[in-house]
Design a protein around this ligand. Structure first.
Ligand SMILES: Cc1cc2nc3c(=O)[nH]c(=O)nc-3n(C[C@H](O)[C@H](O)[C@H](O)COP(=O)(O)O)c2cc1C
Length: 215
């Protein structure tokens, strides 16, 4: 088994990445690659790894779904009492990572996370299927629970609470965050591990610098 892992080997040679060809701004460049991932058969192209760091410097990572990109940054939704939310409250610096192997690509994003505006959280919550809206109320995300039955009981009592109501309001402990990037690295796999890497860095005057990094 160990030998088999060491022998896994694939040469990447589908695409290239050149400074002359990329967008001047990183979010439009992200959107281009995201479209490629959508068209190119990536399962859940909006699944991204969010890494946070607690106040003792201990990092933790998990997958969350990207639910929007605007001119400011990358939007995701979660429980505001979860481990990730608590870590972000203590240290808002975080990173996102996309890995789209069908395109032999990786995007690394770093920046500060802010709370999403309430109106945006509300309108996204209200668009979710009923089961997901109830699910958000029912799960004390990241807490230890003795068994699964507790969740099912929570669902029943939330259903009972909102019985006859057309609207289920967004739980005060659930909503969006936006990661506002100050660094974004685009990685394109190339032959013989001589990959292309381009880093966009935000300058103090608000412009973005683009530089090549050694693989
Ligand atoms: C494909 C996939 C998508 C997920 N999307 C989300 C999401 O959008 N929001 C979320 O809170 N958790 C999502 N999760 C669950 C998280 O990975 C994680 O288990 C949860 O948010 C609790 O993390 P925490 O305890 O570090 O806060 C997703 C997991 C997977 C595998």
């Amino acid at each position: 088994m160990k030998d088999e892992i060491a022998d896994l080997r694939r040469d990447y040679n589908n695409n290239t990445l050149q400074i002359e060809e990329v967008e001047a701004l990183p979010i439009p460049q992200f959107s281009k690659w995201f479209d490629d991932a959508m068209k190119g058969g990536v399962l859940e192209p909006n699944a991204m790894i969010l890494s946070t760091v607690n106040e003792q410097g201990r990092p933790s990572s998990r997958v969350v779904l990207l639910k929007g990109v605007d001119e400011k940054g990358f939007i995701f939704y979660t429980n505001y009492q979860s481990r990730k939310a608590q870590e972000l409250a203590g240290n808002p610096m975080a990173s996102l990572l996309f890995n789209w192997m069908q395109q032999e690509r990786q995007i690394r994003i770093e920046g500060k996370v802010e709370l999403l505006e309430e109106n945006l959280s509300n309108s996204y919550y209200n668009k979710r299927p009923l089961g997901s809206r109830i699910g958000a109320w029912s799960s004390p995300q990241s807490r230890y629970i003795p068994n699964r039955k507790i969740l099912e009981e929570n669902v029943k009592s939330i259903e009972h609470l909102f019985e006859g109501n057309e609207e289920i309001s967004r739980p005060p402990f659930w909503g969006g965050f936006r990661l506002v990037p100050d660094k974004m690295e685009f990685w394109q796999g190339r032959s013989n591990r001589l990959h292309d890497r381009l880093m966009y860095s935000l300058e103090s005057d608000g412009s973005w610098r683009i530089e090549r990094i050694a693989p």
